[in-house]
Design a protein. Structure first.
Length: 212
């Protein structure tokens, strides 16, 4: 089993609850299935560029213009997407470690999504819609937030965005471990909430270990 772990948190692990969730997840996974392979991507060490016009042209002009061949500038602008798309396409499971910032994913994770969810990178666009060229079966979302959010909360743009983006690629199996209420100024049970999320991450790792 191949796992792609994408981290979108700049903090050190001891200060980052989402990173602590990932430590719990991968420790449990290693105990249950020590033969898994993992590619770790720290977006703050390998930063995605914003999609430029050259990249847009390279992604979409071959779809909308018959016979269009990407230019050298197009290809150069698509290099990040192609490199990360290859890791994405080879993965069975994608693990995203991220905080919630301003009710959504950090901009750096959105930039990564804009790179990899592109035609010729992770899907082919045909007349009847997108055709995935990946074999990802599950998304694991490890999230921490200062506030608390109920299911289908209108203030939660994060999970809606993740479900919509990966649903476009045909990936609907998304499991979430969420450590909410991590702002100790407003919540006196932050540690309990974090521990509950850690236990959920460990349970999800055990389920992932059974994927063949």
């Amino acid at each position: 089993m191949n796992v792609l772990h994408v981290c979108a948190n700049p903090k050190p692990t001891e200060e980052s609850v989402s990173k602590q969730l990932s430590v719990a997840f991968f420790s449990a996974l290693a105990q249950t299935n020590p033969e898994f392979e993992v590619n770790n991507v720290d977006l703050y060490q390998d930063q995605p560029p914003f999609v430029s016009y050259d990249a847009y042209r390279g992604f979409w002009f071959p779809v909308i213009i018959d016979g269009y061949q990407p230019t050298d500038d197009d290809k150069e602008a698509m290099a990040y997407a192609e490199r990360h798309g290859k890791m994405f396409n080879e993965a069975d499971v994608i693990v995203l470690s991220t905080p919630m910032w301003n009710y959504a994913v950090p901009g750096i994770l959105k930039a990564w999504l804009d790179q990899v969810i592109s035609p010729s990178i992770t899907f082919r666009m045909e007349k009847d819609g997108p055709h995935p060229i990946h074999h990802v079966r599950r998304i694991i979302l490890l999230v921490a937030s200062g506030g608390t959010y109920k299911e289908d909360d209108p203030d939660d743009a994060l999970t809606r965005q993740i479900r919509a983006a990966f649903g476009f690629l045909g990936i609907t199996d998304i499991a979430i471990a969420w450590a909410d209420g991590q702002n100790p100024i407003f919540y006196n049970d932050s540690i309990t909430r974090k521990q509950m999320a850690i236990e959920m991450a460990q349970e999800m790792a055990e389920e992932v270990a059974e994927i063949e």
